[in-house]
Design a protein around this ligand. Sequence first.
Ligand SMILES: Nc1ncnc2c1ncn2[C@@H]1O[C@H](COP(=O)(O)OP(=O)(O)OP(=O)(O)O)[C@@H](O)[C@H]1O
Length: 316
Amino acid sequence: MSLEVREVNKVYNRKLILDRINLQIEKGEFFVVLGPSGSGKTTLLRIIAGLEKPDNGKILIDNTDVTNLPAGKRNIGMVFQNYALYPSKRIWDNLFLPLESSGMGKEEATKRIEFISKRLGIDGLLQRFPGELSGGQQQRVALARALVKTPRLFLMDEPLSNLDAPQRVSARKLIKEIQEEYSITSIYVTHDQTEAMALGDRICIIDEGKILQIGTPEEIYDDPADEKVASFIGNPPMSLLDGSIIGEKGNIGVRAEDVILEEGDMKGKVINSEFLGDRYLVHISLGSEELMAFSKVRLREGVEVSFRISKFKQFR
Ligand SMILES: Nc1ncnc2c1ncn2[C@@H]1O[C@H](COP(=O)(O)OP(=O)(O)OP(=O)(O)O)[C@@H](O)[C@H]1O
């Protein structure tokens, strides 16, 4: 199914939390909403889910206005940060309840539960209670519960926040696989740009309730709309410099990989080198400005380096 968010506003305590949000999400698309803490991501997701009403604007599912349709009637699978499993019910029952309430018989439901729990590696946990699971296991149960009904729309709000780094990578892969297999239109909220880049077909960057940019991960990485986006995207993000250092107007953004050390006639002083495993990230002082570059070798603090900039993005 497709989803449209049209001119959505939301005010809390006379403060504008969402400011004229417009989104068009295609059927089967994996759409990521990325933004810092407090930018309005969860509020937007709750409005899409029907848990919250917008003050203005509409939500359309397959071109039908659902703004006034309650959450239970939208056929949406949801995983939120606090995954809220029923603590007094075994995992099996936690997965069965959403199926039972949609009128599915026990036999069919059992098949579905077996299938999805194998897929998520929780088939050995079905007789346990939520309190007997680790945070990561509970999070996988929450994913299973959202997916067991094969929703038309899958909404996730930081669903991997309780997983450690290796678990995150494998859960990310799994979410993407299931999403693609069933072509479930998905919206994924995160403040983690690595996660956004890894998962998103497109990413929407939101800050203080406003959309700053919508694009594919590549578009956003290569061509950030403004300095705010540039300072948020990439690991490390772009170095932002006064354009005058290369004879340009305004400010420029430079990716570390576009700084070629030991070439060209620009000069700077090494502040420090961070070991990244396969290379070093070198911070270089250009007087009042600072530039980041990659280097194969560790460069000592205080040493003068020459460099050239092979590519940059100009901001007004
Ligand atoms: N029910 C509410 N009543 C009043 N203010 C609220 C309510 N819910 C959210 N807010 C405020 O709205 C703003 C956006 O909150 P929201 O939870 O949508 O941000 P977020 O981007 O999801 O943040 P985080 O990444 O920290 O979860 C915040 O300033 C928050 O304090």
